[in-house]
Design a protein around this ligand. Sequence first.
Ligand code: AHR
Length: 524
Amino acid sequence: MRSLFLGFTLIVVAITAPMMAAQKVELSIDASKTGAKIDRNIFGQFAEHLGHGIYEGIWVGPDSKIPNTRGIRNDVVQALKAIKVPNVRWPGGCFADEYHWRKGIGPQRSVTLNPNWGGVIEANTFGTHEFMDFIDQIGAEAYVSINVGSGTPREAAEWLEYMTAAAPTTLAKERAANGHPAPYKVALLGIGNESWDCGGNMTPEYYVSQMKIYSRFVRNFNPEQQDKNQMLKIAVGPGGDGPRWTDWTETVMKAYQQHTWSWDINGLSLHNYTVGHWPPSYASVGFGETEYSQILKFTLEMDGLISKHSAIMDKYDPDKKVALIVDEWGGWYAPLPGSNPGFLVQQNSLRDAILAALNLNIFARHADRVRGANIAQMINVLQAMIITDKEKMVLTPTYYVFKMYVPFQDAAFVPVTVDAGWYTHGDVALPRVDAIAAKDTKGKLWLEVTNLDPNRPVEIEASLAGITAKSATGETLTAAKVDSVNTFGSADTVMPRAISAKVQGGKLTLKLEPKSVTVVSVEQ
Ligand code: AHR
């Protein structure tokens, strides 16, 4: 019996051993060769009036039993402060092109509907002042999307005057009477949202004529944003890679090339969700390796999409004055069973953490052109950082990736050469490892390495030139399964944990768990 068992054990070991053997991957990094700055704005967030993204996710009202500051929940603020959110895009999305700002200010709020997202009541209790209070509490800047689809240039111009005028105009006095005498800062302005679709189904030519008008008349009057820190105006950009989208980019960028003193844009947006096929049908939890590998394959298409639109932008803007702002991205899956399909509720798994790392790395590699991005969406909607249910809150695997990447905010990109090999599953072949490196503002070198392979660990050997490396420490994020999630009852299933790395003779060695995201800092 005993020998039978031993024999069986040996067979199992023989079968599983090659699967589990660590794969060696060599990287080389020259820290003296820094490239473009990885703009902190690529770690931006998106908060739309959609489902429980704003109401319940951020806003509970001052009378709520949930601890809050002026109606904004404290637990959410505390969590978001820790990931140093650079900017929040608001109020939409499709919602923005039906938003009328006057309904969301003052003591009497108009109650309207939210036809895009479930047709529910929009109480407008979270309006301009509440949004500005929220971003102030988390330490972020405002990315305000104005209503080009169903509003007017005058309505948008007055909103900006209301928010930003310091001089005692009637609108500035109204803002003061509503509790905020000092002008607000608006760092980024979105001139419409998906104007080719939910934002008004415009042709590129029609949009361009609208864009010029809004760019001209929607002014920021904040005295602190006149010379330095000027508001950046972001035009609607493409939503895919076919001729319809390249034509859109061509039309907007051609107009930009010929722009006169009277109007300008500083950014072109790009929307790209990892969805597989519309309508979204991939499950956000309860899936296996097939769906894991397919979704990662789809997500890596972001790189080609950025390259394609960047090449068009280069033709009309070789100096790269106009940034590409990927202001909607992330995994978009089937709604969770039992949820309102209009609320875009989904779970957030280890797969999403890996997806987030791969996209952030793509943005970093395109840092000369991609100078902003906003994951969709911040709380309770799509690929969220945070999930809440009444007083309960849980941080998702994606949240932890954003936390681990904080050191990359505004760091200088350092190229990494990697011979990654392949992870294959069925007909999907993916690079086994993805990596970026950067030097932070204090000169410290940071390395991120993602092991996409869900079955095999990886032994990293990185040769480090351009610095005298002494030691390295880091954190890794992984879990038992590709679809592991954090829940209210088990909030620490997918959490980063400390790891050690060895530095010797200019080489850094590090073991990566299967399906993991790892960030390491190198001490000199
Ligand atoms: O993020 C959800 C929706 O996706 C946004 O409102 C819209 O811009 C996009 O189509």
